[in-house]
Design a binder for this molecule. Structure first.
Ligand code: 3Y8
Ligand code: NAP
Length: 250
């Protein structure tokens, strides 16, 4: 009896959940609990951390999980590393549903940065108007460059004072559109964009908008994830599960 743990929190995970439900398979969609009101899913949901590798391993046994699909965001590195370790220890098959990194194209003015710290350091210099579109978890790091005027986009409204002396906040949950992101960046006189190389469609609008506006982008490259089986489509994961589908548009 197939019983799937789907580590979610992304657009791709939502599509994966729909395919699991459509195939009548038993599955659990797992959120970390980072946002106040995560989207509902067509399969059973659980919200919150597992409590580390060993607790994840206990969960796999307790819930009789037969397959794990890691469809988390490419920057959710700790979750992915924990899944590799727990599945190896528990002997439960694991596959990652990954999305290709964005590649710079004609007209892009990207500077690649190895990690968040390098992006902060790259902002040294005279004050500018910065679109900080990397979410809430790492905003504190940018307090090291207080001279800029920041535009922050967050999923939920901030609960306390921001660590940045000059910041405007937009509360919005993606996926976003190029037209809206272009207008947002023009309205705020944005001069430079800080982004994670998330890949996928949900966050790419700001990258296309920056290209259209001729703005530079500080592109933070992805963290290294240990080797694991990986697929680039929902159909490939369904085949891996032994349930090939004829999902349109895959
Ligand atoms: C809780 C689930 C869908 C899935 C939507 C995708 C697309 C829109 C773009 C910008 C960039 C950012 C951020 C972003 C995007 C999708 C997808 C994606 C980027 C939700 C969600 C959860 C989260 C967590 C949240 C992080 C934050 C990152 C905002 C739901 C909406 C910046 C990543 O406030 C916080 O603590 C937010 C934390 C992790 C990164 C960070 O470090 O702050 N995502 N995002 C998941 C959980 O609890 O397990 O609430 O419904 C999911 C999505 N966010 O179609 O519904 O698939 O990537 N999410 C980044 O890419 O840089 C926004 O603003 O341009
Ligand atoms: P992370 O740093 O890799 O994970 C930190 C801890 O959060 C994990 O060790 C685990 O806690 C818990 N966790 C993370 N994802 C989980 C999930 N799907 N289900 C249950 N527990 C989870 O993760 P993150 O970068 O904060 O991302 C958290 C969530 O937001 C993920 O679902 C991810 O897909 C989504 N997301 C993240 C980003 C991003 O930019 N990071 C962007 C879009 C969506 P325990 O150790 O206690 O098990």
């Amino acid at each position: 009896m197939t019983r799937i743990l789907l580590l979610g929190g992304t657009t791709e995970a939502n599509l994966m959940a729909q395919a699991i439900a459509a195939a009548g398979l038993s599955g659990v969609y797992s959120y970390a609990g980072r946002t106040e009101a995560p989207m509902g899913q067509p399969i059973h949901m659980r919200v919150g951390g597992f409590g580390g590798i060993s607790k994840l391993q206990d969960y796999l046994a307790a819930e009789a999980i037969t397959h794990v699909i890691d469809a988390t965001h490419p920057f959710a590195a700790r979750m992915s590393r924990n899944a590799v370790a727990a599945c190896a220890a528990a002997g439960v098959p694991l596959i990652a549903l990954e999305r290709a990194p964005w590649q710079a194209s004609e007209g892009d003015r990207w500077t690649h940065l190895a990690d968040l710290g390098a992006a902060v350091a790259a902002l040294a210099g005279p004050p500018r108007r910065v679109f900080l579109a990397i979410g809430r978890q790492h905003v504190d790091a940018f307090a090291a460059q207080p001279q800029h005027h920041y535009l922050l986009r967050l999923v939920d409204a901030p609960t306390g004072p921001l660590p940045l002396p000059q910041a405007d906040v937009v509360v919005a949950r993606g996926p976003f559109t190029v037209a809206a992101d272009t207008a947002l960046m023009q309205d705020h006189g944005i001069e430079i964009v800080v982004a994670k190389n998330a890949g996928g469609k949900g966050a790419v609008a700001k990258i296309a908008a920056a290209r259209a506006l001729g703005l530079p982008v500080l592109m933070i490259d992805r963290p290294i994830i240990p080797m694991r089986a990986a697929a680039r489509s929902v159909a490939a994961v369904m085949a891996w599960l032994g349930h090939p589908t004829t999902l349109r548009g895959e």
